[in-house]
Ligand binder design. Structure first.
Ligand SMILES: C[S@@+](CC[C@H](N)C(=O)[O-])C[C@H]1O[C@@H](n2cnc3c(N)ncnc32)[C@H](O)[C@@H]1O
Length: 246
């Protein structure tokens, strides 16, 4: 029977208090990216970065979140500290899957390795309804930088996972977070953990990783800094597994 826990607070404060081992870290950090100049990247809030002006003014009443104002060097250093805690908790042979956009790919792969993981590759999340840009290549992909805590052992019943995912961000009422990921994609990703295993996401947002874990019969430990999003994530997880809160 899978269980779930959702801590509210700063990952760097809560992670040192965790001791139970996990089978994988699957996380979607605030990218600290977006914008043409460093000033644009470090001075705008998450809402300003990730929602269009019309979305901000008319459509979405989605909560803002903090932690989006680091420059690239401090992002790499901060993410390495966070992932080092994830590495400490990951069982030998377990995995780390970390979302990134194109701009933060080098920083993310550096942070993953600095934390102690062995870098294994990059998977692609293709977003079919991304905005075309005149005279430029369309930015229609985000990435999953992944690695393992030492050697990986496929076991007697290995899984065969894709390295390419297609899916749009949830829309309309299904969209409850500015940078929400499609739960279908996460349901594939959590299968890197054996059934009954545990996934840790220290940037839980609306709880998509946790929802996917529970739907796939895996346990979940989440951390989310925003009180609003943490409450929403708890509600989402409780709707899937009402009696499984640890
Ligand atoms: C990219 S979003 C995750 C979205 C999530 N994957 C989903 O589908 O809803 C990153 C989240 O990390 C949270 N966050 C930012 N800094 C944090 C920190 N220091 N500790 C914990 N959570 C943090 C933000 O509030 C935000 O909800």
């Amino acid at each position: 029977m899978p269980t779930w826990t959702l801590h509210q607070g700063d990952a760097l404060t809560i992670l040192p208090t965790l001791t139970d081992p996990v089978d994988a870290v699957i996380c979607d950090p605030p990218y600290n990216s977006g914008g043409r100049t460093m000033t644009e990247r470090t001075s705008r809030t998450a809402r300003e970065k990730y929602l269009s002006e019309s979305g901000r003014n008319h459509g979405f009443d989605l909560g803002d979140f903090t932690g989006e104002s680091r420059d690239q060097r401090s992002y790499a250093a901060w993410l390495a500290m966070i992932l080092a805690h994830g590495y400490r908790l990951t069982r030998p042979g377990g995995a780390a899957l970390v979302f990134s956009d194109w701009r933060q790919l080098p920083a993310t792969s550096d942070a993953l390795q600095a934390a102690g993981y062995t870098w294994r590759g990059i998977a692609v999340w293709h977003k079919p309804i991304a905005r075309p840009q005149p005279g430029r290549l369309k930015q229609e992909c985000e990435f999953i930088v992944w690695g393992s805590a030492g050697a990986m052992v496929p076991g007697n019943r290995p899984v065969y996972l894709p390295g390419h995912f297609t899916g749009s961000q949830p829309r309309g009422n299904a969209r409850v977070h500015i940078t929400q990921k499609p739960v279908r994609m996460l349901q594939d990703l959590v299968r890197i953990v054996p059934p009954g295993g545990t996934v840790l996401d220290m940037f839980a947002g609306s709880g998509t990783t946790g929802a996917a874990a529970l739907l796939e019969d895996r346990s979940f430990i989440g951390i989310e800094q925003s009180a609003t999003y943490a409450a929403g994530a708890r509600q989402r997880l409780a709707e899937i597994a009402p009696h499984a809160a640890a």
